[in-house]
Design a protein around this ligand. Structure first.
Ligand code: MG
Length: 367
């Protein structure tokens, strides 16, 4: 079946109160959707992340003219060509073509990938802890408390963006609030050197419900990660910005991480993302995916996790949690897939199994 048309949908939302991590504040949220339609009227949607004008130009001037008229069943070749031009755009194209294939076959996307192995996917509440407020710690604790009331049993908060003692005061507050009943991860966004990151061991030694320490030091220093991992009390996680399996391979060789955190949006296509998580599994590493920007990307992350072989023989720990952004991000409400008590149920049906709120989508569209 051949491609007849492709529409682009750049979405934008101004955040009411900027929030952030050690890399700074975010004042807006954005994502870029595409809809590929075949001559027979079958639609597939994709999502990609980059600067909107750059994506729009790439699609209008090069990607769309190339794809029009091509056979949707030549998915691998089409995605590979687009990847050579625009790595992140290839992710959106791969999503849309995958959905079209599933719709044509009359099956769910997960069925294309060998079938669902996990219907309920655990998720963790992911926070951008910093705000410009002088009482940012109290504000963060209030938000964490709200997520506990919503039933989350795992949370991730930010460190590395404030003086060490201030950050430690914040984390000790979170520990007090969660009373050891909730899994807790901290994310430094590559802010420390090895010795500063290791000073967190004295906080870690006070609790026993830790999930992981995420990207404590720059990820290109693999020998430092190896050293750090051997001395840190917590499992070490990272890799959200790495662009595919070849970038993760050195981390496996060096034994740099315990938990791999690839992001579909940075992967250059769903296929590359799945290569990465399967590779991690083959070598005995855990996979707790990063997925922050957008919402369709997160849905595909859930699908991939649903089809991943179990990590552990213990049923309660057989699957690692997926990141769930709990900050102000209205794109999340465009589809009905939402967590309940810290888990998301994979929707059944043809294709993605979800319906769109098209009216709401148009309200976020940047013209
Ligand atoms: Mg991170």
């Amino acid at each position: 079946m051949n491609i007849e048309s492709i529409q682009t949908y750049p979405l934008y939302h101004q955040i009411q109160e900027p929030y952030g991590d050690a890399n700074g504040y975010k004042s807006y949220r954005s994502c870029f959707l595409i809809c590929i339609r075949t001559v027979d009227g079958v639609e597939g949607w994709g999502e990609c992340m980059d600067w909107h004008p750059y994506l729009e130009q790439s699609f209008q001037e090069r990607i769309i003219p190339y794809l029009i008229g091509k056979k949707t069943t030549d998915r691998s070749q089409l995605v590979s060509t687009v990847r050579n031009w625009h790595h992140r755009a290839a992710t959106g194209v791969s999503m849309a073509l995958t959905e079209i294939l599933a719709r044509q076959a009359g099956i769910h996307i997960c069925d294309l990938w060998g079938g669902i192995q996990h219907r309920q996917i655990p998720v963790y509440a992911s926070f951008q802890s910093y705000t410009d407020r002088s009482d940012w710690i109290q504000h963060s604790l209030t938000q964490v408390e709200r997520s506990l009331s919503a039933g989350y049993s795992r949370v991730k908060v930010k460190i590395g963006g404030r003086p060490l003692q201030e950050d430690m005061k914040h984390i000790e507050g979170v520990m007090q609030l969660t009373e050891g009943k909730v899994g807790l991860a901290v994310d430094a966004n590559q802010s420390y050197d090895v010795s500063t990151a290791l000073s967190w061991n004295r906080v870690f030694s006070k609790g026993d419900h830790w999930l992981w320490f995420e990207e404590p030091i720059p990820l290109d220093e693999l020998s430092s990660y190896q050293l750090f991992r051997s001395r840190c009390y917590l499992p070490v996680a990272g890799g959200e910005n790495l662009t595919g399996p070849t970038k993760f391979a050195p981390l496996i060789r060096q034994g740099a991480l315990d938990i791999f955190q690839p992001d579909v949006a940075h992967s250059g296509g769903i296929g590359f993302y799945q290569d990465t998580i399967k590779m991690a599994r083959h070598f005995g590493f855990r996979v707790s995916p990063h997925t922050y920007d957008g919402f369709l990307t997160r849905l595909y992350t859930l699908f991939c996790q649903a089809c991943l072989s179990p990590w552990s023989k213990m049923a309660e720990e057989s699957l690692e949690p997926v990141e769930w952004d709990v900050m102000e991000n209205p794109f999340s409400t465009l589809i009905s897939v939402q967590p309940k008590n810290g888990e998301v149920m994979i929707p059944e049906g043809i294709g993605t199994g979800v319906e769109w709120d098209r009216e709401k989508l148009e309200s976020f569209r940047l013209v």
